[in-house]
Design a protein around this ligand. Structure first.
Ligand code: HAM
Length: 433
């Protein structure tokens, strides 16, 4: 909600975090429910991991020198001295849960979906919040390229069913632990030779996180990047085959992809496939820009970095829900929970209000949702509210009706009224619906 009372200025929600009220909550729930339904049809199961995790989980997996870990984590020290962080992303937590719960003993692969709030201490701007919502999919326990294709295809289906147009998937392969070494070495050598022509941040990246050099948007660095070594050129035979297969699946699934040799992603755990999903969108000034709606990739070494003795090859993606539901073309999906009330329940007098609970409960069991005003007493005020809310019927329960165990049902269009016994009310309403 945007309106704030001036006197509450000192009690604002934290920067980059906002309240979601009524329709806004339904908007999020609607998207998450529809996405979860698609995932369930494909055989995914839900997983919920804690919002707080140990800091070390992310320093080890996402990587100490990434922006997410070095600049964007909300961390806290518990009274017992543990360092916890508000989860900045979901993949590391899912892998931690897989290892902690001994899920490798189950038939593989395991396919999970999740949705919920994530936290990054970024500068709030268009499409960027400090508390934001993701919907994610993860497949753990297989190396097969069909798993990569399943993830990308399902992301496409979810976005298309949400009405999102002009989708582009940028995809790349970073290779595995073997072939990535040579690529990284040549990349470092190349940038060392060009160190005088790159920006200050990139000089730092050269020392801490060289792959991220390919991500720089500074004009000078873009020119240097054009001649930089490409990970594709270093792929070993099995990584090449894997990537070729993924692209073949995407061709046959009609996914609109572009191979982008400079795509590295901002998280260290990726191996082989990486991808990002973009749509074109207009800024407030009417300028056309690309907006990242989601991203993901394979993370075959993540389990090992979390001290697993066994490798757990895996692949996944997550979608930025806040960004998707804010797009003008987004097709609103009402969550199943949302009921459109067709009756307004007017209660007059204390006795009627006492009786009203019994009536509402009977209606609930008959799946008839109501609206009511708990504060208004006069019939005029309550009828006016029913009119304003466009509800086709009102139920009126006054002192007399309460004593006689009846209610009046009023058709708001024709203004005709019937007196109905309370125990016949649900039957009556179902007939006239
Ligand atoms: P990510 O690219 O960091 O990937 O985030 C995925 C999506 O979350 C982004 O494309 C964007 O739409 C949304 N997002 C990220 N930060 C913000 C923010 N501050 N405000 C609003 N939306 C945001 C991951 O998080 C990986 N865990 C994806 C993954 C799953 N990889 C493998 N499995």
């Amino acid at each position: 909600m945007k309106t704030r009372s001036a006197k509450n200025d000192d009690l604002r929600s934290p920067k980059g975090m906002r309240d979601l009220v009524s329709e806004e909550v339904f908007l999020f729930q609607g998207f998450l429910e529809k996405a979860a339904e698609a995932a369930i049809y494909y055989g995914f199961k839900p997983i919920e991991t804690p919002v707080l995790e140990q800091e070390e989980l992310f320093t080890r997996s996402v990587g100490e020198d990434t922006d997410i870990v070095s600049k964007e984590m909300f961390s806290l020290k518990t009274r017992g001295g543990d360092r916890l962080v508000l989860r900045p992303e979901g993949t590391a937590g899912v892998m931690r849960a897989y290892l902690e719960q001994g899920m490798s003993a189950l038939p593989q692969p395991l396919m999970f979906y999740y949705g919920g709030p994530f936290f990054r201490h970024e500068n709030p701007q268009r499409g960027r919040w400090r508390q934001f919502y993701q919907f994610g999919l993860e497949i753990l326990g297989t190396r097969k390229s069909i798993a990569d294709a399943t993830i990308i295809n399902l992301a496409k289906i979810i976005l298309e069913e949400a009405g999102i147009k002009n989708l582009t998937f940028r995809i790349n392969s970073l290779g595995d632990a073997d072939c990535r070494g040579a690529f990284r070495r040549d990349l470092i050598n190349y940038y060392r030779k060009n160190v005088r022509h790159i920006c200050v941040d990139c000089r730092e990246r050269l020392k801490t996180n060289p792959l991220r050099l390919l991500d720089c948007k500074q004009p000078g660095c873009i020119a240097i990047k054009a001649e930089a070594p490409e990970s594709i050129g270093y792929l070993c035979a099995s990584c090449k085959t894997h990537f070729k297969e993924v692209l073949e699946y995407l061709d046959s699934l009609g996914v609109n992809y572009e191979v982008d040799n400079t795509l590295v992603r901002g998280l260290d755990y990726y191996t082989r496939t990486v991808f990002e999903i973009f749509t074109e969108s207009h800024t407030d000034d009417g300028e056309l820009t690309s907006l990242a709606l989601g991203g993901g990739g394979r993370y075959d070494n993540l389990a090992k970095t979390l001290n697993s003795k066994k490798e757990v090859p895996a692949v996944g993606m997550s979608l930025g829900v806040d960004r998707i539901i804010n797009l003008p073309e987004y097709i609103r999906h009402a969550p199943r929970l949302l009921k459109k009330p067709r009756v307004f329940f007017i209660q007059l007098s204390f006795d009627a209000k006492l009786k009203s609970f019994e009536v509402i409960e009977a209606l609930r069991h008959a799946k008839i949702p109501i609206q009511q005003s708990l504060s208004k007493d006069s019939i005029g005020a309550q009828l006016a509210l029913a009119e304003k809310n466009g509800v086709p019927y009102t139920i009126i329960l006054g002192q007399k009706e309460a004593m006689e165990n009846t209610v009046i049902v009023r058709n708001m269009d024709t203004r005709s009224q019937d007196t109905i016994k309370i125990d016949k009310l649900t039957e009556y309403l179902k007939k006239i619906k």
